[in-house]
Design a protein around this ligand. Structure first.
Ligand code: KG4
Ligand code: ZN
Length: 351
């Protein structure tokens, strides 16, 4: 089974061809970062236009690299939410058009499910598993019970963790995306130099909060005579990353207890999403799993940040279960994995 995957939910235009035997025949990502840099951030209208400009040729190139024709495909999967509506419309309309003209099934993929199932693209990981989904827009602990069935244990009550990395990097005068920059600097920094808060640590449950950490970092920077002094900046990055690591480990520890209660036989923990590309955070979570006798899994870095291979794979998982979507499926800017989850306490909750 061969599926074309399309990803346009944020600022990466991506197309990939993947087989049900886990072969990634093509995996192309066009990052719009440079395009948006002059505007100091993402302008939704500009992202949608950029997707429109690049998606067609990217799909053709993916098909050429995979050395297949459209007639060889068994389905077309496109991210249909959550995300910016302009980009989603571009991807979904393109996917539907290919499906319609080639008489192929169309699969509307939830971007978060793409991340959630991504470890299964590279390894045998059976349901149920505990999932930490950490990206620029989301920070959640979930139990993945089956394709299409997720139980949310916790979410952020303010910023997503990737967003916190990005904002911290901006405060430190670093570029976007901030996560990789902070990780690079942190490698030569002292994680104990700056005393930063660890929001929510020690409290019950699995919710997250990062806004206090961000504010504390801003104060530390303001108190420095020359914050761009290389060692100061490296120490700030290392201290910030260490605080984030402590929060993720603490919240995940609680989630492991709940997971064990819900699924005594569940044996795997998975971390996915852009922030899962961070090697220091991975190592810390891996150590926690070793301590708790859980198998640890994380997709390779390339599959952590936004890509279309994970979307194609989510399409394959759904197709294998006989699931596909009608051509009038409307993209959903907001599309929680667990619509039944009660809201987290506090304002500005991300589902
Ligand atoms: O999954 P993703 O590509 O897009 C969303 O769905 O949001 O995640 C992007 C986020 C950005 O906030 C970026 O700063 C963060 O992932 N990120 C990292 C690293 N690489 C990417 N955060 C920490 N360390 C990294 N190495
Ligand atoms: Zn993502």
């Amino acid at each position: 089974m061969l599926v074309l995957g399309i990803e346009t939910s944020c600022d990466e235009t991506a197309a990939a061809v993947v087989s049900d035997r886990r072969e990634i025949l093509a995996d192309l990502v066009f990052s719009q970062t440079a395009l948006h840099a002059p505007y100091g951030g993402i302008v939704p209208e500009n992202t949608a236009r950029a997707h429109l400009d690049h998606l067609d040729s990217l799909i053709l190139e993916a098909m050429a690299r995979a050395q297949i024709g459209f007639a060889d495909l068994d389905g077309v999967a496109a991210t249909a939410g959550p995300g910016l509506i302009g980009g989603l419309l571009v991807g979904v309309m393109t996917g539907k058009t290919i499906a319609l003209t080639r008489n192929l099934p169309f699969i509307a993929v939830n971007h978060l499910e793409g991340h959630a199932l991504s470890p299964r693209l590279v390894a045998d990981i059976a349901f149920p598993y505990l999932l930490l989904l950490v990206s620029g827009g989301h920070c959640q602990l979930l139990v993945a019970e089956a394709v299409g069935r997720y139980r949310r244990l916790g979410t952020t009550i303010d910023d997503a963790v990737g967003e916190a990395f990005d904002k911290a990097a901006k405060m430190m005068g670093l570029g976007y995306p901030g996560g990789p920059e902070i990780e690079r600097l942190a490698a030569s920094g002292n994680p104990k130099r700056f005393d930063l808060p660890r929001p929510m640590i020690g409290t019950e449950g699995c919710h997250f909060s990062f806004s206090g950490l961000k504010t504390a970092l801003r104060r530390k920077i303001a108190a420095l005579p020359n914050p761009w002094e290389p060692q100061d900046r490296a120490d700030l990055a290392a201290s910030f990353q260490a605080a984030v690591g402590d929060v993720l480990v603490d919240r995940t520890r609680n989630a492991i207890s709940t997971f064990r209660r819900l699924h005594p036989k569940g044996d795997s923990f998975v971390v996915a999403g852009g922030v899962a590309a961070n090697q220091t955070l991975r190592t810390r979570l891996e150590a926690l799993c070793a301590d708790r006798d859980l198998r640890f899994a994380a997709p390779p870095q390339r599959i952590c940040t936004d890509n279309a291979a994970m979307i194609a794979w989510a399409g394959i998982e759904r197709l294998k279960l006989g699931l596909s979507d009608p051509l009038d499926f409307a993209p959903k800017p907001r599309w929680p994995l667990d619509p039944t989850a009660p809201p987290a306490v506090g304002a500005g909750i991300k589902a």
